[in-house]
Design a protein around this ligand. Structure first.
Ligand SMILES: Cc1cn([C@H]2C[C@H](O)[C@@H](COP(=O)(O)OP(=O)(O)OP(=O)(O)O)O2)c(=O)[nH]c1=O
Length: 200
């Protein structure tokens, strides 16, 4: 599958997200994890799409800048996911009350999940975007409480994970399931294929 002869056929993943590691495995890729710590605050007047695109690029750039010499010729992937409701960013919940509030807002309606994926390779960074419309069913206070008690909302944009229990609330999506989970494999593979890092 690998066209170029990378040491160990490995890519660098600038992310702590276990979902992203799993999704890369799905397309036959192993990765070394070098998380990038950047300031994730949204800028004034920045749209959700501009926000995720900038963060994915900054994560890739921060990781590239910190890598030891021996890894500099490896492809580096980074991604950022956010939920948008009527143009407002719903990020990761700061606590259970915040999660409750987000789930109440998302219930019985349509929102967007934007994931940008960035590839840093040969001195350049390229970014692709995946945007998905997601329709969530109406939720009772009891359903929200039960979900929050499981802890599955933590560390997830919009306070839910489509790949877990909350998948039972998702009536339909228009776009990319893997994009909602945090790494759109179509766009990821397209970036890697373009640079002959994969041939599938
Ligand atoms: C909407 C949704 C989000 N998420 C997750 C994907 C992302 O991991 C997370 C959004 O946070 P991100 O800031 O995109 O990523 P992260 O903090 O998990 O990892 P890193 O910054 O180190 O790359 O929300 C799901 O797992 N399922 C879902 O259905």
């Amino acid at each position: 599958m690998w066209k170029n002869n990378h040491k160990n056929s490995t890519i660098i993943l600038a992310s702590r997200s276990p979902r992203r590691v799993e999704l890369l495995k799905q397309i036959g890729l192993d990765c070394k994890i070098f998380p990038a710590d950047i300031d994730e605050s949204q800028l004034l007047d920045e749209s959700p799409v501009q926000y995720v695109t900038r963060l994915a690029r900054e994560k890739a750039a921060a990781c590239t800048a910190l890598l030891a010499e021996e890894y500099l010729d490896y492809p580096i992937l980074a991604a950022d996911t956010t939920v948008a409701l009527s143009g407002m960013v719903l990020g990761k919940p700061i606590d259970d009350d915040d999660a409750r509030d987000m789930l109440n807002k998302l219930a019985a309606g349509m929102h967007q999940v934007h994931t940008a994926v960035a590839l840093s390779f040969n001195g350049a960074i390229e970014v692709l975007l995946s945007s998905t419309n997601v329709e969530m069913m109406p939720l009772s206070a009891e359903q929200i409480e039960k979900y929050i008690a499981t802890g599955d909302h933590r560390d997830k944009a919009g306070s839910y994970g489509i790949q877990g229990l909350a998948g039972a609330w998702i009536k339909r999506i228009e776009g990319s399931y893997t994009g909602v989970m945090g790494l759109p494999i179509f766009e990821t593979a397209a970036l890697l294929r373009k640079h002959c890092i994969i041939t599938i």
